[in-house]
Design a protein around this ligand. Structure first.
Ligand code: C5P
Length: 235
């Protein structure tokens, strides 16, 4: 089972991203590229980070009709990202189409994970705006199950949901968990956080860490601390 620390590179430009990553001289961290950086810099940013030796989680959260998602995923697959994602809310048909689009002629493909419910959506919004009456935790587990049955590799979820996702979808189904903070760091706008060590205990497969590393006085030391706490590995 692969476990890793993924740094959320929430920067506005390639220049800012390279300036940050150039601090890492002896390690090549797994990085997450989100919509802001991708829309600013285009597909080149993925290719260039891969060429620099980084693994890339391309966090674009696709959600459209199955045929459109299938074709878009085929394009993303050619960029050689390691992990890509889509919204489970797009339906099982859309997730299966996404997998088809991602799969290259030789059968290889990036890992595909699903977003269940965004952490910015709470029970009140779900009930009153989306007209989903079920408890949010059950919705998250049902969407995770739909993703697993559609052949996806895992979900993005809170570390607090990781153990239950594994019990519903199996231990090999990946849980990729943001909302990570060191015991002594700023929480910021994240509401329900967990330390890297606790995320390891509840079975998170990958932790996604942004500001505790990107805003640290010494980002390389903060990254190494994360790896030590989460994976027990001294870099
Ligand atoms: O800086 P911080 O560690 O809070 O960054 C977390 C990263 O994970 C950000 O890129 C954020 O957009 C992303 N994310 C999240 N919660 C989710 C899904 C993604 O915080 N449910």
């Amino acid at each position: 089972m692969n476990k890793d620390v993924i740094i959320a590179c929430d920067f506005a430009s390639a220049e800012a991203t390279y300036a940050f990553l150039d601090k890492f001289t002896d390690v090549k961290p797994f990085v997450k590229i989100g919509m802001e950086l991708f829309y600013a810099e285009g597909p080149e940013i993925v290719k260039s980070l891969k060429q620099r030796g980084h693994k890339v989680f391309l966090d674009l959260k696709l959600h459209d009709i199955p045929n459109t998602v299938k074709k878009a995923m085929a394009v993303l697959s050619s960029l050689d990202a390691d992990i890509v994602n889509c919204h489970a809310a797009g339906s099982s048909a859309m997730m299966k189409a996404a997998l088809e689009g991602l799969t290259r002629p030789d059968g290889s493909r990036p890992l595909l994970i699903a977003v269940t419910q965004l952490t910015s959506t709470d029970q009140e919004t779900m009930t009153n705006e989306l007209l989903i009456d079920e408890p949010i935790n059950e919705v998250v587990m049902k969407y995770a199950e739909n993703a697993a049955k559609s052949g996806l590799d895992g979900v993005v979820c809170s570390p607090r949901e990781a153990a239950e996702v594994h019990s519903v979808c199996g231990d090999s189904f990946l849980t990729v968990t943001p909302g990570i903070r060191f015991a002594d760091s700023e929480v910021g706008d994240q509401k329900r956080v967990m330390t890297p060590a606790d995320a390891a205990k509840v079975g998170s497969d990958y932790i996604v860490v942004g500001r505790p590393i990107t805003a640290a006085a010494d980002p390389v030391a903060a990254y190494k601390r994360c790896v030590k706490e989460f994976m027990g590995v001294e870099l």
